[in-house]
Design a protein. Structure first.
Length: 375
């Protein structure tokens, strides 16, 4: 049993702020927690996919993601549904930039392909990206309004400017003709793009695949396969890239579900490093990074077959030192963080005491972190 629960940890941090800086006002306490702020959901029952939660953070109180399987954005805690053409379609928003340009996808009812789009609050409808429906669309947008889009199984990633394809990014030839895009990690302010590329190991008859982190520089230079831990024997995933080129993700040993947080820094001459895991969880991943401040967020994990040992927990890494825990909504209930902002917010989802998944934002996130007691 943990001696320091998530709620107790956040309360202790808040108490420390009062002691160090004098009595905190009620408004300041409300603005910073303790604990995550729950965002409102659309009417209806919770669905399994797309998962309820925030995917990215914009300026001020803007957040984007999914609720009840529909693309939504939040202003503060108020939820707004995005007007995709098909009201029955599954949809979600995946990215938003500083000017409020959002990007996401929808899957028309009865189909198996997804349509990528952009959207701004107040528009009558979304604007479809001009490459047609694809399967498994992943997208991101930077502050120069460049949108990157790649579909699972595809061999290229497109970069759009003003709705027109500006660049087409191809997989490095040394990964072979059968390599394909698995996930799009993101795009930073200067236009650098990162993605996870998968490659089948031919000696296994296609039964084994490895994932490689790939960087496409914004200046148009050649793609680079990032150095991996264990000489590339493991699988590596990339989840985000900051303005200075810092890339966050995970090193993963597949048979053991052994997720290890991983960070690559320019000029990428080494396999990077791991900031470590929580003492209470055997595994963890980094799943997002703030645009310029270098704060990364993710999830401390158990093996799927070891869930009885505890719940996954949202974590934050400040850019140095150890990985820290973020408080959840209820003791023993899961949480995850996938987005971080330059104004010290983190966001994702958390399960409440009733077992319902809710979209959440941690305000003053670094002030709410703590090192849990493993005993």
């Amino acid at each position: 049993m943990r001696k320091m629960t998530a709620t107790m940890g956040a309360a202790a941090v808040l108490a420390g702020l009062v002691t160090a800086a004098g009595p905190a006002s009620a408004s300041a306490a409300a603005a910073c927690g303790p604990g995550p702020t729950v965002l409102r959901a659309l009417p209806g029952a919770e669905v399994a996919w797309p998962k309820e939660g925030v995917r990215d953070l914009g300026r001020g109180a803007l957040a984007v993601g999914s609720s009840r399987g529909k693309a939504v954005y939040w202003t503060g805690t108020t939820v707004h549904r995005v007007p995709v053409p098909d009201s029955r379609a599954e949809s979600e928003l995946l990215g938003v930039n500083a000017s409020g340009l959002m990007t996401g996808w929808y899957r028309p009812f009865g189909t198996t392909t997804q349509v990528g789009f952009t959207y701004r609050a107040g528009d009558a409808s979304v604007t479809a990206l001009p490459d047609g429906p694809r399967w498994g669309v992943e997208l991101d947008v930077n502050d120069s309004n460049r949108v990157v889009a790649g579909g699972y199984g595809g061999t290229t990633i497109r970069v759009y400017a003003d709705g027109v394809v500006e660049r087409t990014l191809t997989i490095p030839e040394e990964l072979g003709p059968d390599a394909y895009v698995y996930t799009v990690g993101g795009v930073n302010a200067r236009g650098d793009v990162v993605a996870t590329v998968q490659k089948v190991e031919p000696d296994t008859g296609g039964r084994v695949e490895f994932s490689y982190p790939v960087l496409w520089p914004g200046d148009g230079g050649p793609a680079r396969i990032l150095p991996q831990a264990a000489g590339g024997g493991n699988t590596s995933w990339v989840a985000g890239i900051a303005a200075d080129g810092t890339i966050v993700g995970s090193d993963w040993y597949g048979p053991g579900h052994e997720w290890t947080p991983w960070v690559w820094t320019a000029p990428y001459g080494t396999p990077g490093l791991s900031p470590g895991r929580l003492s209470t969880h055997p595994y963890a991943s980094l799943d997002g990074v703030s645009p310029t401040t270098g704060v990364a967020v993710g999830t401390a994990r158990f093996h799927p077959e070891e869930a009885v040992n505890g719940a996954d927990q949202a974590v934050l890494w400040p850019g140095s030192g150890p990985v820290l825990a973020l408080p959840g909504l209820a003791e023993g209930k899961a949480s995850e963080a996938v987005a971080a902002s330059d104004d010290d917010r983190a966001a994702g989802s958390a399960v409440n005491a009733s077992g319902q998944t809710r979209a959440v934002v941690w305000k003053c996130a670094t002030r709410q972190t703590y090192l849990p007691d493993p005993s």
